[in-house]
Write a protein that binds this ligand. Structure first.
Ligand SMILES: [Mn+2]
Length: 574
């Protein structure tokens, strides 16, 4: 039997494949359940059949009690409310959830979404000044945790508006003084007793609405039908998947039930976007959300104005189809701009050299559009498997956006160079930086030297994680039916990956300009059809030289002309 290559890594090396099956499930599915920490009948039921009954009490989120008190005061004294949101999909969804809720309550709130490039992220002093005199209460969504200057201003300005921030970002400030003018509702605040920390901002907004509904006067509660909260879960699911939150715990409940709701969503704007983004129809799955819906909601903030995405979801626009088309073309434009940045980079730089010399890709150009720096960096990471940070200068400030690989903690390493930055933020895998352009050269030298020290050559080889080694005899529709129960897949709950050694290549042919390969493979005397998408040169070479290959893959059920067939989606071969 062939050896498994070093870059194929078992997700669960400690799970015994010989353990007896759990409950009524097959032994292979039982291994998968165990490897995801689901080892009792109770845990399995909670995971496979999530229920809104298991959602946690919203009042356990730090700031919720105080926030709801302030909110009730605003309603009873008819204060002017402004909803202030981030410009990405999670932000506009959170804004739509809160704004729609206020509208049902008969409150016509204002909306403000800052421009990604001109104003940047978070509730800034500039935006507070713009609302001066027009607002009594600002409800921030998907932002508001980390801007010290704005927080101090609000806390000290007794004539100015108050703020309730419904956010999910990691707090970076030391605990702020207890104060009723600036209230942060965030499950990640220090000392939070909330049992699940990884809600999207849409999830936090949902919790806020749930808590508010519970606290309203009976006369106000009557306005809402009993299904109101459940009807919001479609948007909450989109925000959770769009913001790449782990699809476990409470998020799994919200995403799984929300995906069911989405099939017949009552949100006319979301429906219009689905019709344009997923024209083939059929059941809308997590991949449709991640690859078709979320990018279109995000595109408005990147190349146009995020207010378009908000308007679409705010459910009162008569021109939903027009807005949905508009988002679709923004997304096409975003793709073109992103493509142009990557083409420019590939033309100018020799990645073989960069990989051996620097181990990180750092570059700048004022031709690159700021709105796509992060996703272009992510394209470079995907293709060359090394960390990448892209910069452009604008109005005397250098702004950068970076993405990393699992072996290199981007935020942790930037922290060592923090004196070079005006601001920076992020986590292990992604970062945003602003700095004085004069510091760029020093940053380049210091960061590449850190990368050379910390990234080994083997870190730069793409790793594939797999769940179980199978023979083709193990692959049948029962296994595929069981796998369906684990969905939705995503961060924290990845689609199962399998490996099979010694597969004989029976047949192969090119599809679509030779970019994809359809292949028939035989193992255990059984033949299964497979697909290799965007085949690499290395894989082409292997297929040319070998008749017996080892494969790493996911499984998919294809339905065509009412016949079901199993297809393997090959990610790596050797
Ligand atoms: Mn956001």
């Amino acid at each position: 039997m062939a050896d498994i290559p070093n870059n194929w890594i078992s997700r669960n090396p400690l799970i015994k494949t010989s353990s007896p099956p759990i409950c009524e499930y097959s032994s292979i599915f039982s291994i998968l359940l165990r490897s995801r920490g689901l080892d009792t009948a109770e845990k399995i039921r909670a995971f496979l059949e999530p229920s809104t009954k298991s959602l946690h009490d919203p009042f356990l989120i730090p700031g919720m009690g105080k926030g709801i008190e302030r909110f009730k005061e605003a309603i009873s004294s008819k204060q002017k409310i402004l909803v202030f949101a981030d410009y990405d999909a999670d932000g506009v969804i959170s804004a739509a959830l809160v704004h729609n809720f206020l509208r049902v309550l008969g409150i016509d709130a204002d909306i403000y979404i800052p421009d990604r490039i001109e104003e940047g992220y978070d509730l800034s002093m500039g935006s507070i000044r713009k609302s001066a005199g027009k607002t009594d209460l600002i409800i921030c969504v998907d932002c508001g945790t980390n801007n010290l200057e704005s927080q101090e201003y609000i806390r000290n300005n007794k004539d100015g508006p108050d703020v309730i921030a419904c956010d999910h970002h990691n707090p970076t400030l030391k605990d702020q003084p207890d104060n009723n003018k600036y209230i942060i509702i965030n499950p990640k605040m220090p000392a939070s007793k909330y049992p699940f920390k990884d809600l999207s901002a849409g999830g936090v907004a949902f919790k806020f609405i749930k808590a508010a509904l519970r606290s309203l006067e009976d006369s106000q509660k009557k306005i809402f039908n009993s299904n109101y909260l459940n009807s919001l879960l479609d948007l909450v699911a989109v925000s959770t998947i769009a913001d790449i939150m782990p699809l476990i715990g409470e998020n799994r409940i919200l995403a799984k039930i929300g995906l069911k709701k989405i099939q017949e969503t009552s949100n006319a704007g979301l429906k219009a976007l689905i019709d344009i983004a997923i024209p083939d129809g059929g059941i809308i799955g997590e991949y449709d959300i991640g690859y078709n819906i979320a990018p279109r909601l995000n595109a408005a903030g990147r190349v146009g104005n995020a207010i378009n995405s908000f308007k679409l979801l705010s459910n009162d626009a008569a021109d939903n189809i027009m807005i949905a088309r508009n988002l679709d073309s923004s997304n096409n434009k975003r793709r073109e701009i992103q493509r142009a940045v990557i083409d420019d980079i590939e033309e100018k730089y020799d990645f073989e050299k960069i990989i051996s010399r620097d181990r990180i890709f750092i570059a700048r150009s004022d031709d690159w559009s700021e709105g796509v720096l992060g996703i272009a960096a992510s394209g470079i990471v995907k293709k060359y498997n090394l960390p990448a940070i892209l910069f452009r200068e604008r109005n005397g400030i250098m702004k950068g956006s970076g993405r990393s690989i699992p072996g290199f903690d981007l935020h942790g390493n930037l922290l060592q160079l923090k004196d070079l930055f005006i601001r920076f933020g992020g986590h292990k895998m992604a970062c945003g930086i602003s700095m004085d352009p004069d510091n760029y050269d020093e940053f380049y030298l210091k960061m590449t030297s850190l990368a050379k020290k910390k990234i080994s050559y083997s870190d730069l080889i793409k790793k594939y994680k797999y769940d179980i080694e199978l023979g083709f005899r193990d692959i049948n529709t029962r296994l595929l039916d069981d796998l369906e129960l684990l969905r939705p897949y995503g961060e924290g709950n990845p689609g199962p990956v399998f490996i099979t050694v010694d597969c004989k290549v029976i047949n192969k042919r090119k599809l679509k300009d030779g970019k994809h390969i359809k292949i028939s493979l035989e193992n255990n005397g059984k033949i299964i059809e497979g697909l290799i998408f965007n085949i690499s040169d290395t894989h082409k070479k292997i297929l040319k030289n070998k008749k017996i290959i080892n494969i790493l893959y996911g499984l998919q059920l294809n339905v065509w002309n009412n016949t079901e067939s199993i297809q393997i989606m090959i990610k790596d071969i050797f």
